[in-house]
Design a protein around this ligand. Sequence first.
Ligand SMILES: [Zn+2]
Length: 339
Amino acid sequence: MPIPLTIVMYHYVRPLEASRYPRLKAMDLERFRGQLDYIQRHYQVVSMEQVIAASRGERDVLPAHPLLLTFDDGYRDHHDHVLPLLSQRSMQGSFFPPACAVLERRVLDVNKIQFILASVEDPGVLVDCIFSAMDEARAHYGLEPNHVYFSRLSSDSRYDDPPTTFVKRALQRELPEDFRQQLTEGLFSQYVTSDEKAFAEELYMSEGQLRHLLEAGMFIGSHGDQHYWLNSLDHAHQVKEVDRGLRFLEALGAYRDDWVMCYPYGGYDDSLLSILRARGCALGLTTEVALADLTVNDPLTLPRIDTNDLPTDVEAPTPMGFEGRGRERLSAAGSKETS
Ligand SMILES: [Zn+2]
């Protein structure tokens, strides 16, 4: 008997129109409310503790049509907008803040890139900036011609147009590391703000706010320390990331016997999984887009669906895969391409 489970992944949830960055790819608060209505009609929201028990073979702990709500990256949105709505409905959410964003008040590169993109009307402007920086740095880094990068990096995105896709991939991982970091810094201070610390204060939850989540019965798991692609690190560096993430949970009072890892960018490998097993990690959440089945999936590599894969209108039709067939792939077709 399959044990199907829908795990939904959220990032930003905010009243978009009223916010300073209405172009940010975020789930609008009203649409989120509509999505919770839809979820309440078709699913039963379960807690992380129930999912952990079910993954260990306690089949009766999950109701029919179970759904787990997960929120990545520790945004203040989650405290200010998500927590009140979940509390009203007696739903548990699971939250995964990277330690460095909370403790060091540094803006993650991935977030810098999102806000750079949200600050310009035409992403082509950013492509031009990156191209001219590449022209200057070409000899030093031995870069290929600009058009080669553009055609390689701009295609096949589930959500974004080609210029946006290029900017994200070039700055996130394709250009040489120190070069893309400098480039991201420069664009962030040019288009967003030069006061990174103040921006981080506004963007991420504080330790106090995370404690509010715990007091309200929410679950907090690990998203590592520096929000690295963990599968790109060597074993020793992976150990450091995992242990720093755990110390952070411990200091918050969120570390219990069972803990859960959510992989930044969905990146993991065998070496990382062995570290997690040695530390008694109960579940691991990836970004593979599928419905989970606890009888089929390795508990350390559970797939999730994106919020954009679920309707935001309570009257929308019953979800696909709902009959409990379990781990079938969702296609991007029909989803709102807004993440
Ligand atoms: Zn993340």
